[in-house]
Design a protein around this ligand. Structure first.
Ligand code: SF4
Length: 91
């Protein structure tokens, strides 16, 4: 893969990596419900200084965008109470 999948928006504003969007360099999307495995609520904010997060790995094998446990979509959006990948597409 030439470039990692960008996270174009993330609505999980309570996440410690959310700075108007995802600022984790690379997140892991989990296999069960495509929830973001990097989501965490802490008393501090961390990550990159800007919201330029990417998908480092994705365990949602049955998604049409999944290849070799990586995401091949150009960009995804994350949202919902459980920070789910909203770009999941049944394969
Ligand atoms: S679009 Fe599919 S492969 Fe990409 S992160 Fe979301 S669930 Fe995983």
């Amino acid at each position: 893969m030439a470039t990692m999948t960008a996270i174009s928006s993330c609505a999980a504003t309570s996440c410690a990596y959310n700075k108007g969007g995802c600022s984790a360099e690379a997140v892991t999307i989990g296999g069960d419900g495509a929830s973001c495995g990097t989501f965490v609520e802490l008393d501090v904010r961390g990550g990159l200084p800007v919201a330029e997060g990417h998908v480092g790995a994705c365990q949602r094998l049955e998604c049409a965008h999944n290849k070799d446990l990586l995401c091949t979509a150009e960009a995804i959006t994350v949202g919902g109470d459980t920070a789910r990948c909203l770009s999941y597409t049944a394969g």
